[in-house]
Design a protein around this ligand. Structure first.
Ligand SMILES: NC(=O)C1=CN([C@@H]2O[C@H](COP(=O)(O)OP(=O)(O)OC[C@H]3O[C@@H](n4cnc5c(N)ncnc54)[C@H](OP(=O)(O)O)[C@@H]3O)[C@@H](O)[C@H]2O)C=CC1
Ligand SMILES: N[C@@H](C=O)C(=O)O
Length: 268
């Protein structure tokens, strides 16, 4: 039975980008498991999506910064063979300098953006690989390739998401697997992350022409998925920039494989 059903899991579905993923995946006929902390938001979204699209929607209230709650989610995911898509979207930004950051802010970003995403990926990946089907979408950020003075920890977590995803993509390609992993790097998107209480920066402080709607972001990301992209940057017009970045990265890595110190470091 599970083989004929298709369920998508979306973390951080109670607002912003995650809520739009939930909507778009429901429109594509997926039953949903929606995860976040705010039960009221999840229930309201579940009611709307099940009515609008006629899909089954379950909600799972979990604080993914907490190991026990992640374990609860892992348990659900590990025992549901109908899961075909995991959107690792839940994320937290605390944009402030290290001097102004608390250790709790740092811990929370690492726990949610890195640890929970890794654990949920580890949970679904073996079953996807065994069935040779399934899609993981990891939401990183353009701040995976750029660190500001105020984004050291956040950028570090998103660089992890990018590199973690790229390694798994190589692994899947080497195994000629049909399992897909797409990593999405949104730029500034109009969501609740841009509030004093979350990132510490209100949306009004950003260049207004740099902000994308969450709907445009997710629709572009899904268009990238449909095109077979591994890395999708919804706001980048010139896609050659991404291939140039990858080429430079590969060239730099290859140049490290010499076994000898570079001449500028040798005593003359
Ligand atoms: N908006 C932007 O400019 C950009 C966003 N991103 C990334 O997009 C993703 C979605 O963020 P966005 O939609 O913008 O922001 P929102 O703040 O609107 O959404 C964040 C989602 O994550 C959930 N979440 C936060 N903390 C936890 C937690 N401890 N446990 C479980 N769920 C949690 C929130 O739900 P709840 O509070 O109910 O738990 C909410 O559903 C994040 O990974 C973010 O880093 C990347 C680049 C740009
Ligand atoms: N989520 C944003 C910062 O808060 C970003 O990634 O740009």
């Amino acid at each position: 039975m599970a083989a004929f059903m298709k369920t998508a899991v979306v973390t951080g579905a109670s607002s912003g980008i995650g809520a739009v993923y939930a909507d778009r995946l429901a429109a594509r006929g997926y039953d949903l498991i929606l995860i976040a902390r705010r039960a009221d938001r999840l229930t309201a979204l579940a009611d709307r999506l099940s009515t609008q699209y006629g899909v089954g929607v379950k909600t799972l209230v979990a604080d993914l910064e907490k190991s026990d709650d992640v374990a609860k989610v892992e348990d659900v995911l590990a025992n549901d063979g109908s899961i075909k898509v995991l959107v690792n979207n839940a994320g937290l930004a605390r944009l402030r300098t290290m001097a102004d950051s608390s250790r709790d802010d740092t811990r929370a970003q690492i726990a949610l953006n890195i640890t929970a995403l890794t654990r949920l990926t580890e949970t679904v990946l073996p079953a996807f690989v065994a069935r040779n089907e399934g899609t993981i979408i990891n939401v990183a950020s353009v701040l995976a390739v750029k660190s500001w003075a105020m984004s050291s920890v956040y950028s570090g977590t998103k660089a992890y998401v990018l590199m973690f995803s790229r390694g798994i993509q190589d692994e899947l390609a080497n195994a000629k697997s049909s399992v897909r992993l797409q990593v999405v790097l949104p730029a500034s998107t109009a969501t609740e992350i841009w509030t004093e209480g979350v990132s510490g920066i209100p949306l009004s402080a950003l260049g207004q022409d740099t902000i994308m709607s969450a709907e445009d972001c997710v629709d572009a990301a899904l268009a990238g998925l449909d095109k077979g992209e591994l890395v999708t940057m919804p706001s980048v017009e010139d896609d050659k920039l991404l291939s140039a970045y990858d080429t430079a990265r590969e060239a730099l890595f290859t140049a490290t494989q010499t076994g000898t110190p570079a001449s500028r470091y040798r005593k003359t």
